[in-house]
Design a protein around this ligand. Structure first.
Ligand code: ACM
Length: 547
């Protein structure tokens, strides 16, 4: 009956049901008005019922819905009671009420996820039940790479809704990379005029001979970003922007060649990169580059205010995969090393990242970066996205830094989902739905205090081989549903997790995803149009090496 995903802490089923009818009212108590607006909108679209405002949360005549702030609950905790009095959702804050409202929507059945009624008979009912619930982790995230393939604004809003349906609360937007700069920066218009599109695109892994010769591009205007951030905030989701430096920056260098190592290569001849891999064309580690990115970040801070949502003080600075060849060859970079009294190029990268740590801290914000920011010494206030396995996260937690666990071996959703030959553009190791379900974000070797540094976890969706929304959906779902349960639910140790029960509940959840129009990978494998015959991937065999 209550095939909820992510699994709540406790469900006690009753025997009757609350029937929603033309007469049913929805009352949103003080502090829950925004949740009330959201719930009335989605439920009246799906059911056709008007759900007019009630007078009090208890004024439900046995067939209404009440929302209110409740005592004794943590901020994201909620209690949902459906009984002869109607449905009452109480939360420790509006966020808790919102997550309870998501559970209520699941209890109404898959058609509650549609945008208009599909049946005339009505028959909307919430089973009598008491659900008590709250999250295991505070950071429950999804990283979308909108740089490699641009996801238009409508797609991002849709993903925010999909995240909300899974009680995820942090959208990490990877906004810049070698292959595209996606964010309007008013003082540097060429970042998007030049940097937001490329003339052609490699189809498949970089070793593939295929090209798409249509130009690819797009960017978010500053108002698009304000809309995305506000839309997320209404859903109790925070957006963490990523501006990736000093590697992964060829699109920026193509727009402003002085940002590159122009004493080593002809940076003026660089274009936005049209293929994939780790790129040697990195930023010049100069004061000029620092000033430029301070200018970028000043606009970023205005667009992503610190109080917009969970973890909104964070700004992600990337820091991953910055090859040092050009710095070794550059007189300018070498002079910088000796002027600053640094040991080597790793220390130079550390200097670069530390600069932004201090710069952000002085503005009341916090830096987060990929685990390479540990190399050459971690900036004092920085948090780490642990992607090259657990080890970076362990080292960071032991040094007293906050950590988001997102090891590529576990939660990189670009990795293939099955070993079969029909998997589209198969990348790296097989990571099945069950593998993601058994992912444990807190390594056993951490002490209690160290483990408390693990803010949570996120899945990362890198889009080199995902050219459109359908491909993103295919890689992301159903595995994001498993990740949501890992992030939200108090699951036992990996080996003891009841994957059979999760799969059983997925039976209901696939119907919800169908109603939401999600092009997930069916359990039986890709549908014909989800295959990409002839497009080269890069499958790797065996279990992923752990780091
Ligand atoms: C990464 O996957 N380069 C963070």
């Amino acid at each position: 009956m209550t095939e909820l995903i992510p699994a709540p802490r406790s469900v006690v089923a009753g025997s009757g049901e609350v029937r929603l009818t033309e007469r049913s009212r929805l009352h949103a108590g003080h502090g829950t008005e925004g949740v009330g607006r959201w719930l009335r909108t989605v439920l009246s679209q799906a059911t056709g019922l008007p759900l007019p405002e009630g007078r009090t949360p208890d004024d439900t005549d046995g067939d209404g819905i009440g929302l209110r702030l409740g005592r004794g609950l943590g901020p994201e905790e909620y209690r949902l009671v459906s009984d002869r009095g109607g449905v009452l959702v109480e939360g420790g804050s509006a966020a808790g009420v919102f997550w309870g409202a998501q559970t209520l929507r699941q209890l109404l059945g898959p058609d509650a996820f549609r945008r208009a009624p599909v049946r005339r008979d009505g028959g909307w009912a919430v089973p009598h039940v008491t659900v008590e619930d709250g999250p295991r982790f505070r950071w429950r995230g999804l990283m979308l790479d909108v740089a490699r393939h641009f996801m238009p604004k409508e797609g991002v809003l849709r993903y925010i809704d999909l995240m909300a349906a899974h009680k995820l609360n942090v959208l990490h937007l990877h906004l810049t990379d070698d292959q595209g700069w996606r964010l309007e920066i008013q003082r540097y218009p060429k970042l998007t005029e030049i940097g937001s599109w490329r003339a052609r695109t490699k189809i498949g892994h970089r070793a593939s001979p295929l090209w798409d010769d249509s130009p690819h591009g797009g960017h978010y205007t500053q108002d698009d970003i304000r809309e995305i951030v506000a839309y997320a905030a209404e859903r109790h989701i925070g957006v963490v922007p990523e501006i990736d430096v000093p590697g992964h920056s060829q699109a920026a260098i193509a727009a402003y060649p002085e940002l590159g190592n122009s004493d080593v290569i002809d940076t003026a001849s660089l274009t936005v990169w049209d293929t994939w891999g780790i790129n040697p064309n990195v930023l010049a580690p100069t004061d000029n580059t620092l000033r430029f990115y301070e200018g970028v970040l000043e606009e970023v801070l205005e667009l992503f205010p610190a109080d917009a949502g969970p973890f909104s003080p964070f700004v992600h600075i990337g820091g991953d995969e910055c090859p040092k060849e050009q710095w070794r060859a550059s007189d300018t970079a070498q002079k910088q090393i000796s002027n600053l009294g640094l040991a080597d190029e790793d220390a130079l990268q550390s200097w670069f990242i530390r600069h932004f740590d201090g710069w952000l801290a002085a503005r009341g914000r916090r830096l987060i970066g990929w685990d390479e920011i540990l190399e050459g010494g971690l900036a004092p206030g920085a948090a780490v996205s642990s992607w090259r396995g657990y080890s970076g996260g362990i080292a960071a937690a032991r040094a007293g830094h906050d950590v988001v666990m997102c090891p590529q071996q576990q939660v990189y959703l670009d990795y293939r989902q099955d070993a079969g030959p029909d998997e589209p553009v198969p990348i790296a190791y097989v990571r099945t739905l069950e593998d993601v379900y058994r992912f444990e974000p807190v390594p056993a070797e951490l002490t209690g205090d160290e483990a408390a540094r693990v803010l949570g976890t996120q899945a990362n969706v890198w889009t080199e081989v995902m050219e459109d929304q359908g491909r993103v959906d295919y890689q992301t779902f159903p595995r994001l549903a498993a990740l949501s349960e890992v992030a939200w639910s108090a699951l036992p140790d990996s080996a003891d997790r009841d994957f059979a029960d999760f799969e059983r509940r997925m039976g209901a959840h696939y119907r919800r995803l169908d109603a939401l129009g999600v092009a997930y990978r069916p359990p039986t494998g890709p549908l014909p149009w989800q295959r990409r015959p002839g497009v080269l991937g890069r499958p790797l065999d065996g279990p992923p090496p752990q780091g």
